[in-house]
Design a protein around this ligand. Structure first.
Ligand SMILES: O=C1NC[C@H](CO)[C@@H](O)[C@@H]1O
Ligand SMILES: [Ca+2]
Length: 438
């Protein structure tokens, strides 16, 4: 292998990341403790799952990040708040997918890092409240919403992300409790989707939970297709399930054969008709950028590099990559960016897979551009237009900011002893479910 390029001293960057994170955390504690979101411009509070009732989302998403940063006093405060206040006995419909990746995953990661028993109890409690979405479904494909207090399910018009992004969180609950129901229900839904692939081996992205019928023709590696593919690989990586690997390989080979396009030396993944392969759109969601990391994790390193090169071209052009990019013209189809983490997610995965310093350089640029454009009075704000001078901000900070990019930067630049750099797993919400070194 090429001699590892003399890597620069990244410690000052890691210290900056930790300082900025704890600065934002202190404002959340002082002004919005227990709120799902802080409003970073005004310092106000914002609900995410249910209007009028927060359940401490940003705090739950922050615990493992704080722990990895060795901010142990802050971890203690957060765990105490959870033990004293967090209840899922809420008579309202919750989105099953978002509740899983953020709350089941956030609590499971907090338990993995701290060992506090109440955190596992709460992860099991909220997962149990999600199960009717699966068990009430005639196909095994979960409904999109469930009332956490009554178990009433609703909204069968769903998609492959929202039926297929559970195996990581549900799988560790099965592993840690011995109850296989979680794993089996998550895997069954993934099997149903895989078995409905088209002749070309591609997947449309919208599906009906009661009939099992496809509701559209378009295939995408962006939302709402992305984390279905991610979790096929993750289920194999975490639990060694050869079915999941076989399904992943079948679908990925088809994507690379029918859904990939090279243009000016860059690799892109257009939206195509899953039945005919016809290109339907060359718009690329910034969220699709995670796929460069997934390709590298799953042994397609050259393709992963090439796709990250494509998004890096966008980062070079725009500074902050727009929500949606038309890669035929490299123009911003949707000019906002709600502090999306995917470019940094893929940079970490590619750096772990290759050791190539270029990915730390690219992540540093992503961090610098986020600092410059999103930092505001009490935290970090999403952008409504990355092309404006300066980019225009919105008074909102999403929960994934507390779990994702700041954790990716910290892991890339700190070399923290609390993370096993050789054997680890981060969920699609960057929840650490394996590799904490207590
Ligand atoms: O998988 C996900 N999709 C959307 C968010 C980040 O853009 C986040 O919730 C997560 O990474
Ligand atoms: Ca993700």
């Amino acid at each position: 292998p090429a001699a590892a390029s003399a890597s620069r001293n990244w410690k000052p960057v890691a210290e900056s990341v930790r300082r900025e994170y704890l600065w934002a955390w202190q404002h959340y504690v002082d002004r919005a403790l227990g709120a799902d979101h802080i409003k970073p411009i005004s310092g106000g509070r914002e609900d995410f799952f249910v209007q009028g009732h927060s359940i401490g989302l940003s705090l739950v998403e922050a615990v493992d990040t704080l722990w990895l940063m060795e901010a142990d006093a802050e971890v203690a405060l957060a765990v105490q708040w959870i033990e004293d206040n967090l209840s899922f006995d809420v008579d309202a419909p919750f989105q099953v997918f978002e509740t899983n990746i953020r709350m089941v995953g956030g609590l499971a990661a907090a338990y993995h890092c701290t060992g506090a028993p109440r955190l596992l109890e709460l992860a099991v409690d909220v997962a149990d409240r999600l199960l009717p979405a699966f068990t009430e479904s005639p196909t095994g494909l979960p409904y999109r919403y469930v009332n956490l207090a009554t178990g009433e399910v609703s909204r069968p018009e769903t998609n492959i992300v929202e039926v297929g992004t559970y195996i990581a969180e549900f799988g560790v609950l099965s592993e840690w409790t011995g109850d296989r129901r979680y794993y089996d229900l998550a895997k069954r839904a993934m099997r149903v989707v895989h078995d409905k692939r088209t002749e070309l081996g591609l997947l449309p992205h919208d599906i009906h939970a009661e009939t099992g019928e496809w509701r559209n023709r378009q295939a995408t590696v962006g939302p709402p297709g992305d984390s279905y593919y991610e979790y096929l690989w993750d289920g194999y990586a975490l639990f060694g399930d050869e079915d999941l690997r076989r399904w992943y390989d079948t679908l990925t080979d088809a994507i690379l054969a029918h859904q990939a396009e090279r243009r000016d030396g860059l690799l892109w993944f257009p939206q195509v008709d899953a039945f005919t392969g016809e290109v339907l759109s060359r718009e690329q969601s910034v969220l699709a950028g995670f796929y460069a990391g997934l390709l590298a994790e799953s042994g397609r390193i050259d393709e992963g590099r090439a796709y990250h090169d494509a998004f890096n071209a966008a980062q070079e052009k725009f500074g902050v990559i727009p929500n949606s990019l038309d890669y035929a013209t490299m123009s911003a189809a949707d000019p906002g960016n709600a502090v999306r983490p995917e470019f940094a997610d893929a940079a970490l995965m590619l750096w772990l897979a290759t050791g190539d310093e270029i990915f730390r350089e690219r992540a540093k640029t992503h961090y610098d551009n986020m600092l410059r454009t999103s930092k505001t009075n009490y935290g970090f704000a999403g952008l409504t237009d990355v092309t404006a001078k300066p980019p225009s901000q919105e008074d909102s900070c999403p929960g994934y900011w507390w779990s994702e990019q700041m954790k990716y930067y910290w892991l890339l630049f700190s070399d923290t002893p609390r993370f096993d750099y050789r054997d680890n797993y981060l969920s699609t919400e960057a929840n650490l479910l394996r590799g904490a070194r207590r």
